[in-house]
Each structure stands twice: as C-alpha cells, then as structure tokens.
Design a protein around this ligand. Structure first.
Ligand SMILES: [Zn+2]
Length: 80
C-alpha cells in the first residue's frame, strides 16, 4: 500500500496515510476536513528544524480527549 503525506489546512497538522491510489481523499483525524496532498515531503524543507513526528499529534490529542472524558465521567459520578 503506498504511503502519502497529507497536511490539514484547517488545523495545520501533518498526516502519513496508507491508502490505494484511487481511494477518496482521506479526512483529517482531528477536525474531519479533507486533507491536502503534499507534493514533496516536508523533510526536505529544512535540515535544522526537525518536523514533528507523524502520529504524535494525533496520539496526544486522543489521549487528552480520553482523559477529559474520564474526568467528566468522574465528575458526573461525584455529583450523584
Ligand atoms: Zn484538521
């Protein structure tokens, strides 16, 4: 499966996505908007500043969302 680099113009995140050549444009995992295909890899942009690791943003986001949900649930249970 080929691997494509996408960027989200809405929340400014990078995504590495595996999909077939004729599949539809993938959606951003964070905001659900269509991603923009990157023509050239972002690793060519600069050698001094390393780009954020792909997946880190998403994993952090999911973890934060989970923690928030857990906290909200606990608060609800406390109020009973
Ligand atoms: Zn997005």
């Amino acid at each position: 499966m080929p691997r494509y680099e996408y960027t989200c113009g809405t929340c400014d995140t990078n995504h590495l996505i595996h999909h077939g050549m004729h599949d539809a444009v993938p959606l951003c995992e964070l905001c659900g908007k269509e991603l923009d295909r990157r023509v050239s890899g972002f690793r060519t942009r600069s050698s001094t500043t390393s780009p954020p690791k792909i997946g880190t943003v998403t994993e952090d986001f999911i973890k934060t969302a989970r923690d928030d949900l857990k906290q909200q649930k606990e608060e609800l249970e406390d109020n009973r």
